[in-house]
Ligand binder design. Structure first.
Ligand code: BG6
Length: 504
């Protein structure tokens, strides 16, 4: 059982505590950490939001969130009671210049009761326009000044373009020290995403062939079956490029493409990732139509159920031109990856929830088998399945049983669930525990966020300047617009349908 004795007493203050993220992800994650005895022995959660609410109704709401969304199902009554005792709620209006007194008093009261200065984690689960008022308030109260004890977690979206991300970085930089700031991207907390590092660098088998000499191209797919659900207002001002590509997909790309770091130190790893972002070939405006595709779902059918089109969703403009699907071809200009296309795609209302990386290898340099034997030949490929059914699969060619020489593809599969009995923690569990421990390895540094914005900026600008007119261009339940197939077909490739789950 992991040991929590070394963890220092911690108070987590969640701004935006009335929101969905708190109920669906943060509180279930903290509850699961408690179940695993991974929270510090002295621990408190203070929820802050604008609305007036009693502690009890706040706790009740969180309890329902755990029952509904925790990977472990409904709460255990006695453990919940202990957990609930550590939770309290405060109503604060962050834009009020006199706000924060109640928060200051609550922090002081908890620390007086514990008889010590606790570590304080301020989790900003609030929309971008509220980030500055929250930071100003913390600064004014003087409650986030100790760079060893006080940390700030900043949820995505971090800005809405390069200029606003830069401005936010400068602003935070003026008030806090970079090592206090934890910019979160929950994809980096997923087990299989972290496993990319282990797979690549803890095995001597793959790294020698992980380059342009052996790899033909790479595909990264993050597909979702859900639509925009209750988040129409946010999403309609964001779109797939800002919501998924600038952060999650580019971070995954970095892990696939980065050079080996010298040590496991957070800065070493982040430096290597930034190198990848800096090496991504800038997209020229006149080439955008060839390397970037956007789409929006119209009504269709998913798992036998008919679903509405994007423009009919709640809080979405009926004439919206926000993209719910995006696909790109990126090139990385360095020695390792010159000439290897990286295809990325993500979309809502696609036929399956699946996040997968496919590494497709080149053909053998010399094919000496008789042509009849290799009729159904397929290139080797490695699939890293991020979710669901986390695992890794390798496709190889084998002789098919029989008296004739006929080659066929076979899969070698490793599945987390089968290989290890311990269930994987949720991404937010890993990341929250890292913040409590003060380990920033899985968080994004200021320059990393800015470089990622730099990569998508030309596309953002082009898409914003040429509004898409007829935009209902893929049916919900399909694999996205045809233009995305054409984009890869122009280079002689095709999107690989995710196969891992179907075969399992
Ligand atoms: C979030 C996006 O960051 O990631 C959502 O804002 C998306 O739109 C979600 O649905 C996907 O995360 P996961 O962990 O379900 O793949």
């Amino acid at each position: 059982m992991p040991n929590n004795a070394q963890l220092e007493p911690t108070i987590i203050v969640i701004f935006g505590a009335g929101g969905d993220l708190t109920r669906r992800k943060l509180i279930p994650a903290l509850y699961n950490l408690l179940l695993d005895r991974q929270l510090p022995e002295r621990f408190a959660i203070v929820g802050v939001a604008r609305k007036n609410m009693e502690n009890d109704s706040f706790r009740q709401r969180l309890r329902q969130g755990i029952d509904q969304f925790s990977r472990r199902g409904v709460v255990d009554e006695s453990i919940w009671n202990a957990f609930a005792n550590s939770i309290s709620y405060l109503s604060e209006n962050l834009t009020d210049p006199a706000s924060g007194l109640a928060l200051h008093a609550r922090l002081t009261a908890i620390e007086e009761e514990w008889g010590l200065r606790a570590n304080r984690v301020y989790y900003l689960a609030i929309p971008p326009p509220m980030m500055k008022p929250a930071a100003v308030m913390l600064q004014r109260l003087g409650v986030c000044r100790d760079c060893r004890h006080d940390r700030l977690v900043v949820e995505k979206p971090f800005g809405r373009d390069l200029a606003s991300a830069r401005a936010l970085n400068l602003f935070l930089d003026d008030m806090f020290i970079e090592s206090q700031i934890y910019r979160i991207d929950h994809y980096l907390g997923k087990e299989t995403v972290q496993n990319i590092l282990a797979f690549r660098f803890a095995n001597s088998l793959y790294e020698p062939i992980w380059n342009r000499r052996y790899i033909d191209h790479v595909q990264i797919t993050v597909a979702e079956t859900v639509g925009v659900e209750e988040r129409g207002e946010y999403y309609d001002h964001s779109g797939a490029l800002r919501d998924m590509v600038q952060n999650h997909l580019l971070q995954v790309l970095c892990l696939v493409a980065m050079e080996p770091p010298i040590t496991f130190d957070a800065e070493d790893i982040r430096n290597k990732k930034v190198d990848v972002l800096r090496a991504i070939r800038p997209i020229r405006t006149e080439a955008i139509h060839r390397v970037a595709v956007r789409g929006q779902y119209r009504k269709g059918t998913i798992a036998g159920k008919s679903v509405a089109g994007y423009r009919e969703e709640k809080n979405v403009s009926p004439s919206s031109s926000t993209e719910t699907y995006a696909a790109f071809t990126f090139h990385i200009d360095n020695w390792r990856w010159q000439g290897v296309p990286f295809y990325l795609r993500t979309g809502k209302r696609l036929p399956a929830k699946v996040s997968e990386i496919s590494i497709i290898f080149r053909s053998p340099p010399h094919q000496f088998f008789p042509s009849a034997a290799v009729e159904s030949w397929q290139p080797n490929r490695i699939i890293i399945r991020i979710q669901p059914e986390e695992g890794i699969g390798t496709r190889i060619q084998v002789k098919q049983p029989g008296t004739r020489l006929l080659l066929g593809a076979a899969e070698m599969k490793f599945r987390y669930k089968e290989a290890f009995q311990t269930p994987a923690p949720e991404a937010y569990e890993t990341l929250l525990l890292d913040v409590i421990r003060g380990d920033a390895t899985l968080f994004m540094r200021a320059d990393q966020v800015e470089c990622a914005w730099q990569v998508v900026s030309p596309i953002l600008e082009a898409w914003e300047s040429i509004p898409a007119t007829d935009f209902s261009d893929y049916a919900a339940g399909s694999w996205g617009p045809e233009a995305a197939d054409l984009m890869v077909a122009r280079q002689g490739h095709n999107w690989l349908p995710p196969t891992f789950a179907e075969e399992s």
